[in-house]
Design a protein around this ligand. Sequence first.
Ligand SMILES: [Fe+2]
Ligand SMILES: [Fe+2]
Length: 237
Amino acid sequence: MLHPSCGFFLRGSELLASLIWRSASVGRSQLPNDVSTTEAQSAQRTHRGSEQLRKKKKVYVMISDKMAQALNVQANRELYSSYLYLSMSYYFQSKSMPGFAHWMRAQAGEELVHTMKMLDYVASRGGRARMLAVEAPQADWGSPVQAFQHVWEHERIVTGLIHALVKVAEAEKDGQALDFLQWYVKEQVEEEESSDEVLKMVSAAGDTAALAAAEGKLGARRFKFPRGFEMFPRDLL
Ligand SMILES: [Fe+2]
Ligand SMILES: [Fe+2]
């Protein structure tokens, strides 16, 4: 079927989705409490501005403003996670614990991929990926156990945020976003499991020798940026 405004051939499901988006409200929506009011207002202003521009240029948008904003805010939380784990990595480096520092650096890399994956999705649906301010993470911890306890607690908070995002997708009747977010739901199961495992291992290391063994184990973690998310794409090297 020929789409009336953009002239592209669309499948039936896409046309139905486009009708839903067009009838959906693109008005003011609430950002989560952890983003400052000024930042939220500024994000809403820019979203409204870009929405008007898209309408003017007749660009086909497949994501509601509310859904795009919620994903942009979550991408900011994923980037904060990366920043937090990087902070932990340098904390361990300062304590001469390269194995733990290495594990945290890999964790920071994973979170950066989560950030870009989410922003890529917003852009792929015709939305505008927006960068929000990233808050400064904690810099010091009382002990390795406290740092790993923090990882465990943080991952549980992120799981709650992902579930809240799923609720936004449900309210927006955005089937594609729901499908996309399933990757994050599954990823959080793994994140909670691995942070629990690592916390138990470090907690059980009662003496220096056991801690060194745990460090050696975590230092062997392998991490590679997946294809398409390389920090230094081959063609730029
Ligand atoms: Fe994440
Ligand atoms: Fe995570």
